[in-house]
Design a protein around this ligand. Structure first.
Ligand code: ADP
Ligand code: MG
Length: 243
């Protein structure tokens, strides 16, 4: 089998949507995304905002190859994904993408370390290396002192940090987060946003879907969706308020 990286060019965008549409079947069918084009370069940090139902999660699913577009092409690290088999897609997800959701999807009775190490399963990495890399990822999210704690004994903010460490552990090309602070109080939300900013400063490429306008206002680029279309794509210099 040709490795997924074989077609990667060194200067490829981290992610590209080319005229991506998604229509959910039904009567009438729902056009959740309508010919959306978007390019995200390595090292960018992008907020995706818009009212409920405008297509944010659908777009994130397309970016993450979790679902296939009805039309258009999704390129991850320069690799066109639309025609790939489920097996190749899951290899690309496993190597190149890290996911963070509103719900943490952790195993509640398993230590933080093993939850994070689980992000390296099926990648041909030994148990010892999985645990070493999981420990590094937990250190990066500020949970080095909580490695052997179980999620059911942790706060919401700490659980989300574990989930972020799991998304980071295989050093993905791109981190995709869908309402990562949706279940957190405002203090924990700020802390998680600080963490994403730090990861971005360290070189991670991150897309954050958020309802939280304060979070969006802190990020260097904001994509506004409305009725499945990009209404605005705004860059701002660091710290400059949104008009
Ligand atoms: P957002 O995340 O911005 O709230 P979604 O992407 O979840 O928006 O939804 C966009 C539109 O697509 C909505 O009208 C929603 O009801 C519809 N939709 C989302 N997922 C499905 C699905 N699996 N089947 C049918 N319709 C869906
Ligand atoms: Mg959503």
């Amino acid at each position: 089998m040709i490795p997924a990286e074989a077609t990667t060019s060194p200067d490829a965008p981290a992610l590209e949507l080319r005229s991506v549409s998604k229509v959910y079947p039904g009567t009438p069918p729902v056009v959740a995304l309508n010919s959306v084009s978007l390019t995200i370069q390595p090292g960018e940090m992008v907020a995706v905002v818009g009212p409920s139902g405008c297509g944010k999660s659908t777009m994130l699913h397309m970016m993450g190859t979790l679902d296939r577009p009805s039309n258009g092409q999704v390129l991850v690290d320069g690799i066109p994904t639309s025609e790939l088999s489920e097996r190749r897609l899951s290899a690309i997800r496993g190597r190149k993408l890290g996911f963070v959701f509103q719900r943490f999807f952790l195993l509640s009775g398993t230590t933080a370390l093993d939850n994070v190490a689980g992000g390296l399963l099926y990648q041909g990495v030994s148990v010892t290396e999985r645990r070493d890399r999981a420990a590094d990822a937990l250190n990066r999210v500020g949970l080095g002192h909580r490695k052997s704690h179980i999620p059911s004994k942790m706060s919401g903010g700490e659980r989300q940090r574990v989930a972020i460490a799991r998304a980071l552990v295989h050093e993905p090309t791109l981190i995709l987060a869908d309402e990562p602070t949706g279940n957190l109080d405002s203090k924990a939300s700020v802390a998680i946003t600080d963490l994403f900013e730090r990861l971005h400063a360290e070189g991670s490429t991150i897309v954050v879907v958020t309802h939280n306008t304060e979070i969006a206002a802190r990020l260097p680029r904001t994509v506004r969706l409305l009725d499945g279309e990009i209404q605005a794509d705004e860059a701002r210099f660091h710290g400059e308020p949104v008009a």
